[in-house]
Write a protein of this length. Structure first.
Length: 91
């Protein structure tokens, strides 16, 4: 007598009618599409290099004078005030 191994018999495969991932992403209210949209909108952290570069650009832009009528007027008034102070010190 020979021993026969038990075989695992599988019944007919079950095919579930589940929507594909692409179909889920096409629906704007689905979990998948909301998750992807939130990941895209999530704030991206800047690298140390980008932060340092941005700080340098801000420092450079502060050095440059603004060429607007209001800025010119303020500079003119400051010069006039300094001239008055210098004239008062001479007397």
């Amino acid at each position: 007598m020979t021993r026969i191994k038990k075989k695992r018999t599988t019944p007919k495969p079950i095919f579930l009618d589940v929507p594909r991932r692409s179909e889920k992403l096409a629906d704007p209210d689905s979990y998948e599409s909301r998750k992807r949209r939130n990941q895209e909108q999530k704030k991206k952290h800047k690298s140390v290099y980008e932060k340092a570069r941005e700080a340098e650009q801000v420092a450079e832009s502060d050095d440059q004078q603004r060429n607007t009528p209001l800025a010119d007027k303020i500079r003119r008034l400051k010069r006039a005030e300094e001239a008055r102070k210098a004239a008062a010190e001479e007397k």
